[in-house]
Design a binder for this molecule. Structure first.
Ligand SMILES: NC(=O)c1ccc[n+]([C@@H]2O[C@H](COP(=O)([O-])OP(=O)(O)OC[C@H]3O[C@@H](n4cnc5c(N)ncnc54)[C@H](OP(=O)(O)O)[C@@H]3O)[C@@H](O)[C@H]2O)c1
Length: 339
């Protein structure tokens, strides 16, 4: 059987490297082109020696025409603003594009410009982009040509809340306290932090004004049909991989544990990568996997809850979800290469 040919643009970044790792083991996809900003081609396994013996591919200076010529699907593991420079050309060439950056996630360009501090350059394709969260938009993903792969924090928060908002249980502000591994910032950004700053450390940053706030609020609004207010406090922890969101909600009416459990189970019954836990999830149990684990506890009066969700930021929060989207777009089994 012919394998679908894939390119990874931004293959030297954290998410690009994770994509290579997943795709090398995929039975129906073949990585044919790896590129980044490097100046000269070099064997990928020489740049990342843990790939030695696994691939003979070179990593090349990005040539968008070559990328389009030899591949069917392209993963853009690129910084925001860079993705929207390349996506229009690839789409014009009839390629399928899965963008891991934020460039196609926010439909409102005014909001994009406010949070990302640049004007949006590709409003035409933005309209057609599908938010690639398979648990919610599987039907749309199947037909999409351009996927806006969700952000890592949004994945952990949206999956924890969507079914409850859809049922209209939640009222009032939602507080999300989210802890992310340092790799969430990208390889280039973390070179700024010396080891001594990261080890044994934890800190809050961008409280209430992180760029993922409008992404989460817009998707959750579509669940509840009314505005959702998120108080989001992101934090960095010393970990290689993982996001752990602890979320506080109030309910309109008293609920029972059984009602909440049933709501999650019903909504996620055909979702192979969401696991509802008996207890709270643990960061280490999702590290290295494409799972999102969710657990919750109600207050004694049944009027409020704490919900916790755990993912691997580079897998379910990025590369794994991107491959899940590719699987759905290509008509493959959703879990292929991911279990
Ligand atoms: N890290 C996460 O947990 C995570 C999760 C979800 C989504 N994302 C998003 O996914 C995207 C990639 O994230 P990352 O963490 O993998 O970032 P990263 O580690 O900083 O990697 C970025 C990659 O893009 C390449 N690149 C940058 N500018 C380029 C240009 N002008 N032309 C060609 N290549 C260019 C870099 O190449 P060089 O190395 O040669 O500079 C590198 O390969 C970002 O938009 C990020 O927001 C990240």
């Amino acid at each position: 059987v012919d394998k679908v040919k894939v390119a990874i643009l931004g293959a030297t970044g954290f998410t690009g490297e994770k994509l290579v790792e997943i795709l090398l083991k995929h039975s129906k996809a073949q990585a044919v082109y790896l590129a980044s900003r490097i100046l000269e081609s070099a064997p990928y396994a020489q740049i990342f020696t843990h790939f030695s013996g696994k691939t003979n591919l070179n990593c090349e200076p990005l040539d968008i025409e070559k990328a389009a010529q030899i591949s069917d699907i392209l993963f853009l593991s690129l910084p925001h603003t860079v993705s929207m420079e390349f996506a229009p050309y690839l789409l014009k060439k009839g390629k399928k594009v899965i963008d891991l950056s934020a460039d196609y996630r926010l439909k409102d360009t005014v909001v994009y410009e406010k949070y990302y501090k640049v004007s949006h350059k590709d409003k035409v394709n933005l309209k057609k982009a599908v938010y690639g969260m398979p648990e919610i938009y599987k039907k749309e993903v199947k037909k999409a040509r351009l996927i806006a792969n969700p952000g890592c924090y949004p994945t952990s928060i949206i999956l924890a809340l969507y079914p409850l908002l859809k049922q209209g249980f939640i009222e009032g502000k939602i507080i999300a306290d989210s802890k992310s591994a340092i790799t969430g910032a990208g390889r280039n950004a973390i070179t700024k932090y010396p080891y001594t700053d990261i080890s044994d450390n934890l800190w809050v940053y961008k409280a209430f004004k992180h760029q993922h706030v409008p992404e989460v609020e817009s998707i959750l609004k579509s669940a509840s049909n009314k505005a959702v207010k998120l108080l989001f406090v992101p934090q960095v922890i010393e970990a290689k991989a993982g996001i752990y969101s602890t979320i506080y909600v109030s309910f309109k009416n008293k609920v029972t544990e059984e009602k909440i459990r049933n709501t999650y189970e019903k909504y996620y019954k055909n979702c192979p990568f969401v696991r509802l836990k008996e207890d709270f999830p643990k960061l280490k149990e999702t590290a290295g996997t494409n799972f999102c684990d969710i657990g919750f506890a109600l207050t004694e009066d049944g009027k409020a809850a704490v919900i916790a969700s755990s993912i691997d930021n580079l897998i379910k929060g990025a590369a794994g979800c991107a491959v899940q989207n590719m699987n759905i777009m290509c008509g493959f089994e959703e879990t292929l290469g991911l279990l």
